[in-house]
Design a protein around this ligand. Structure first.
Ligand code: GAL
Length: 328
């Protein structure tokens, strides 16, 4: 196993300590504190006042033609990142209005939430679409509390551009960015949001030009910004590709595949969704990904792995199980 930067603790120590619920088991079933499978796909995590909140797509019921009915967005809370309590469906499907972005026959994917200190609102952005993915819009919802309920404010094509797979990134200076697959998924856009985080302010940059990347996940460490993506491949896994920059607005430099070792050609059979900074541990980041089961989407799995960062180099290696002690 290649070790870089501050290093990861050795595998023996991990096996001794990573038992019970105090461990991550990438690719295995993950139950909430009620003993039910966690349903929070294409998810993201917000850390607020000592609590982590995991938001994701609720996938429930039958998979028909590789799709499920839109149910809404789940929220789970945790203090330790291992055990998650279900907080409810915080942005439920709208059942009585077929024209709503959130009608059960539509698509609402990859929700991400950030807290706006100025407005004291929790702001969620998510990809909303028709089943044929032709509408390609970004929806926004707000709440006074992390656990919702969220009030849906509507959707847009940011700066007039198509928006499919997306993520949010909040910088140290309070600026937030919507990062999304655009231009028929050829090129990704990074659009700066206004002070309320409710709409793009017109400042935008293009990245991975003509590369057909999606499933963006961004993070920052020591003044370097990283953007990890998958290939546009539907539910199929692909090799990840990342870029680095000294500012969210670029210029971005394409680096290569951040995953290493066996399985890295397919991101260990998963697709990126978010990078979670571990609170209070500078340099500790968790790569969050979905291992899709296209024939039975609600039975998909989560792949969470530690990231190691050294200057421009990001590395993610497979682990059968691990815990936070890998971060020194
Ligand atoms: C993927 C995307 C998923 C979902 C899927 C539908 O490319 O990352 O979020 O949209 O396509 O086929």
């Amino acid at each position: 196993m290649t070790m870089v930067g501050w290093g990861l603790a050795n595998v023996c120590l991990e096996a001794r300590t990573a038992e019970g619920v105090n461990a991550f088991h990438p690719g295995k079933a993950w139950l909430d504190t009620d003993g039910k499978p966690i349903s929070a796909f294409g998810g993201g995590v917000l850390h607020h006042r000592g609590v982590y909140y995991w938001f994701g797509e609720i996938m429930d019921g039958k998979t028909i033609k590789h799709d499920v009915a839109l149910r809404g967005i789940s929220c789970y809370s945790s203090r330790d990142l291992y055990q998650w309590k279900y907080e409810g469906n915080v942005l439920p499907a709208v059942k009585n209005d077929p024209s709503s972005d959130l009608a059960p026959g539509k698509v609402a994917e990859r929700p991400k939430v950030v807290y706006n200190r100025r407005t004291r609102q929790f702001v969620m952005w998510l990809h909303v679409d028709r089943r044929d993915y032709k509408s390609a819009r970004a929806g926004v919802a707000v709440s006074d509390r992390p656990t919702g309920p969220y009030r849906y404010m509507g959707s847009c094509r940011p700066n007039g551009a198509q928006s499919r797979d997306l993520t949010l990134f909040q910088d140290r200076d309070g600026k937030a960015y919507l990062i999304f697959a655009s231009e028929e998924n050829r090129t990704m856009h990074i659009a700066q949001l206004d002070a309320d985080y409710l709409k793009p302010d017109g400042v935008v940059t293009r990245v991975f030009v003509d590369q057909f990347r999606e499933a963006p996940a961004a993070f920052e460490y020591q003044g370097r910004y990283f953007l990890i993506t998958s290939k546009c491949a539907g539910w199929a896994p692909s090799a990840a590709l990342y870029a680095v920059a000294t500012s969210m607005l670029g210029p971005w430099k394409t680096m290569g595949n951040p995953t290493v070792g066996p399985g890295s050609d397919k991101t260990f059979n998963s697709q990126s969704t978010y990078v979670l900074p571990v609170a209070g541990r500078p340099g500790a980041f968790i790569f969050m990904a979905d291992r899709w089961n296209p024939n039975n989407l609600p039975d998909s799995r989560y792949v969470w792995l530690p990231i190691s960062v050294h200057r421009d180099i990001v590395q993610i290696a497979w682990r059968d199980q691990w815990n936070l002690s890998v971060f020194k």
